[in-house]
Design a protein. Structure first.
Length: 416
């Protein structure tokens, strides 16, 4: 127990004792001496109490920070030990889930409705076996706490373009974005008013659970009889690749129809994203013009704050276009100003199209909402004759752009 708490309790006891003694009209000498002793102890404890609070202040702050992050760490530790093979065995053979896998499934069921067995998206992280311990493929530590989008899809185009994933338990999410605010100006003459106030305005971008992505998987009897670890890794890799590829395509090229969310490219007009036809060979000059537009709009301070994505053919054209009389290519000029780590090669983008994004004021260029985790359901009928296990994983997701000015699209980037 903290010293300050002990002192506070003692002060309460002293007050109770003094209240009983003070109420007497004719206290005895012993009671008078007792009152004097209690009064002296009370004043001494006040000094000790203040000193204890000062001494414990740093401890309280550290304890508070630990409490704020403890739940996230505990959940990450549980997910790090989630076993997909237990889920497959439960669906195929009716086995009961056990250990930390059972705890995670029970917790997810309490947070949302699932028809099948819920699987946390973080469980799709590809792992390797090191000295008998399941660990992250890019870290020697058993548990790695990383942002959700990096943990699920470390190589995704959405991650490279600076998108932010929001994990939603239930309902819709509104993202308010300011559109008008304070006005600065000078008083024209002595005693004159400065420019009048402008109404603060904002708009809302919604993430709604209207779009469901389905992933199908067939596991043969041979695969089911293989070693558990081999099946574990195969399921992780297969589902991770399928979900990442399709989600990336929908974020960029989703049609907004037939159940798909509205993607960045196809929804440029709805999101207010500027589309600039280049209609010329791919070059640093074309990207520089878009970077200047970002800087003129006070969205970035330098080209290094910009992220971009284009298909591999544009990268090949840039790398092949040498400046006359030199061995320097247009690609070399581009990465001199924009780090290569902020450039994503996206095969799903249309030919000759590039996307530029930036994070401004803590607002991501676009948001991806994911409701809960994967809902893993078994189909016991389709492949009953050959004993194949057919699984369907359902995930609800949506995409929205907060501020169209934080993105730019270039079209018509032809080859050299």
């Amino acid at each position: 127990m903290l010293d300050s708490v002990k002192i506070a309790r003692r002060q309460s006891e002293i007050r109770q004792q003094l209240a009983g003694l003070v109420g007497k009209d004719n206290p005895t000498d012993e009671e008078t001496r007792s009152m004097e002793a209690l009064d002296a102890e009370y004043r001494s404890n006040e000094t000790r109490y203040r000193a204890a609070l000062i001494a414990e202040d740093s401890e309280r702050r550290e304890a508070g920070e630990e409490l704020e992050t403890r739940s996230g760490r505990e959940w990450a530790e549980l997910v790090a030990n989630f076993e997909m093979r237990q889920v497959v065995a439960a669906l195929e053979e009716g086995r009961s889930l056990s250990g930390q896998t059972a705890e995670i499934v029970q917790e997810m069921r309490s947070q949302g409705g699932y028809r099948g067995i819920p699987v946390p998206l973080a469980a799709l992280e590809q792992r390797e076996l090191v000295a008998g311990t399941t660990t992250s493929a890019d870290s020697p530590k058993p548990v790695t706490v990383r942002p959700m989008i990096d943990r699920i899809f470390p190589a995704s185009v959405a991650s490279r373009l600076g998108g932010e994933v929001i994990n939603i338990t239930q309902g819709a999410i509104a993202i308010p974005v300011a559109t008008a605010g304070a006005v600065a100006g000078w008083a024209p003459t002595e005693g004159a008013n400065v420019p009048g106030p402008q109404k603060f305005g904002f708009t809302e971008r919604m993430l709604e659970p209207d779009h469901t992505l389905g992933v199908h998987m067939r596991i043969t009897r041979k695969a089911l009889k293989q070693a558990g670890d081999g099946l574990e890794q195969a399921i992780r890799r297969d589902m991770n690749a399928a979900v990442q590829t399709e989600l990336d395509r929908a974020i960029l090229m989703g049609s907004g129809a037939n159940g798909e969310p509205l993607g960045i490219i196809t929804g440029a007009d709805d999101y207010g994203i500027a589309v600039s036809p280049v209609d010329a060979a791919a070059s640093w000059a074309a990207f520089r013009a878009a970077a200047v537009a970002f800087m003129d709009g006070n969205l970035v301070k330098s080209p290094g704050d910009i992220r971009m994505g284009f298909n591999p053919e544009i990268w090949a054209d840039l790398d092949d276009a040498l400046i006359a009389g030199t061995a320097v290519s247009q690609w070399d000029r581009l990465v001199k100003h924009i780090p290569a780590g902020q450039i994503a090669l996206a095969p799903t983008l249309p030919e000759g199209t590039a996307v530029l994004t930036t994070n401004t004021g803590g607002i991501a260029p676009f948001y991806v909402g994911i409701w809960g985790g994967l809902d893993l359901i078994r189909d016991p009928y389709s492949d009953a004759q050959n004993g194949t296990l057919r699984l369907t994983a359902l995930m609800t997701a949506d995409v929205t752009v907060a501020r169209g000015s934080q993105l730019a699209i270039l079209t018509g980037l032809a080859g050299v």
